[in-house]
Design a protein around this ligand. Structure first.
Ligand SMILES: [Fe+2]
Ligand SMILES: [Fe+2]
Length: 152
């Protein structure tokens, strides 16, 4: 990949991760369950770390971190929509899983194209694995909630 294209792609991820910070911060504020609240806040901190490492990489390559509009499509609107009115935590978690899976898929495609730059390769892998861990926690939480509901 040309350096210029790498910078462009990194700016796209920079924007995506930035959106994730906002989303999880908002979700944390709007959630009453203390454990889920803390987890959303912690995930938001991790997404902020993703933003920071990507910004550093863009600068290292001679670019400037730039926020692009609407990188998540309708998904972010749907997630924010869930936060107004009564929050159905299970559907919110399901949307979050979709979002994390989309990020992972995009990271995977990018990773396949930057094998020559080992630093960038490792950075993208780390971020992608974090997204996998987030999605895994959401899956676990949904199972817990659904089990609790059926045992009522
Ligand atoms: Fe992330
Ligand atoms: Fe994530």
């Amino acid at each position: 990949m040309k350096q210029e294209d790498i910078i462009k792609k990194l700016n796209w991820f920079y924007s995506l991760e930035h959106n994730q910070v906002d989303l999880y911060t908002t979700q944390s504020k709007n959630t009453t369950d203390p454990y889920i609240k803390k987890t959303f806040a912690r995930i938001s901190t991790i997404e902020q770390q993703h933003v920071n490492v990507i910004a550093d990489k863009i600068k290292e390559l001679g670019g400037r971190p730039t926020l692009l509009g609407n990188v998540m499509g309708s998904l972010s609107g749907r997630i924010l929509g869930k936060l107004t009115g009564k929050i159905d935590i299970v559907s919110l978690l399901k949307l979050n899983i979709k979002l994390e899976e989309k990020a992972m898929k995009d990271y995977k495609n990018f990773i396949a194209r930057v094998k020559d730059d080992s630093d960038l390769y490792e950075l993208l892998w780390s971020n992608s694995i974090d997204e996998d861990l987030h999605a895994g926690w959401f899956v676990k939480k949904i199972k817990e909630i659904e089990k609790r509901e059926t045992n009522k």
